[in-house]
Design a protein around this ligand. Sequence first.
Ligand SMILES: NC(=O)c1ccc[n+]([C@@H]2O[C@H](COP(=O)([O-])OP(=O)(O)OC[C@H]3O[C@@H](n4cnc5c(N)ncnc54)[C@H](OP(=O)(O)O)[C@@H]3O)[C@@H](O)[C@H]2O)c1
Length: 327
Amino acid sequence: MEYIELGSSGVRASRITFGSWAAGGWMWGGTEQNDAVGAIRASFELGVTSIDTAPIYGQGLSEEIVGEAIKTLPRDQVQILTKFGMRWDEQKGDFGFKSKNNQGQDIDVYKYAAPQSIIRECEDSLRRLGTDYIDLYQIHWPDKTTPIQDTMEAVQRLIEQGKVRAAGVSNYSVEQMREAEQVVNLASNQVPYSMVRRDIEQDVVPYCLEHNKAILAYSPMQLGLLTGKIKPGQHFEASDLRATHPLFKPEFVTHVNAFLDKIRPMAESKDATLGQLVLRWTLAQPGISVALVGARNAEQAVQNARAIHVQLSPQEVDFISQQLAQL
Ligand SMILES: NC(=O)c1ccc[n+]([C@@H]2O[C@H](COP(=O)([O-])OP(=O)(O)OC[C@H]3O[C@@H](n4cnc5c(N)ncnc54)[C@H](OP(=O)(O)O)[C@@H]3O)[C@@H](O)[C@H]2O)c1
């Protein structure tokens, strides 16, 4: 595995980090098909020491699963990256969207990052995770109703209390990062980035490169689309976000699969899967520190972790980028 320091925080993360959103089932069609504990432990065996989670993933369930998985692992060799600021249990702040929990009940999701809320959320996360500190604590989405300064002061207090090692943000713009940095030293920004979603290259990437901030690229396989296994018109459960996702429309899936067919021979020549090639390309892009990859079971997790062993020359990276430009 390769490891990288998140900004200047002293927290070292594995460049392939386990993303445990799907593990919590919510918005991913439930948990029936999941073996999340097995997936996390199998990943750790291959050097994936960092795990990303959030309270909103399964409304606490994902954090509990992570807590269960790390029980038998040495705590100082695991990095827990979790989040705050998305509440389903309090109707305060900036209304986000309506959803259903894993039991099919309606929930309202709010973006809320007021100081008292963060302090409470941190205690809840520590309990669910079964630990006394969080390695990276990230605001999940900006909350328009709370000044960024107030939010970051609360995070700074948690750092001083030893409950949090480093502060991170997620889905923040450059302007919002600048504002946060007036109060706290940010380690990272967690943002969407994949071969078919590259808008951060315009602003977040140059800013992070210049200011030594890590970028944690989320959904690098675009929710599984870039593994090549998705067929045009494929059926997803109504509770799976891919059922209505614009990038899963049949025409786009057809285009993506045509692109993947062009790079398939390269994957085969390296004895790699398409997903592994995609992850390696992602990690080769400027400023991308970590790929946050979701997996439902140990088999997927092991395959994703092994992507780190795929070697790509600069010419091969360019070849893939050229094919991508024609998508
Ligand atoms: N901060 C944020 O707002 C935010 C937003 C999104 C994600 N994230 C983080 O980023 C992580 C990763 O993103 P993601 O889970 O959305 O998307 P992803 O990593 O692009 O895709 C994960 C999904 O792809 C499929 N998959 C994974 N490995 C596979 C393999 N080897 N072979 C075939 N299929 C495979 C699995 O679903 P199926 O088996 O069902 O196909 C899996 O759930 C999340 O878990 C979360 O930690 C953060």
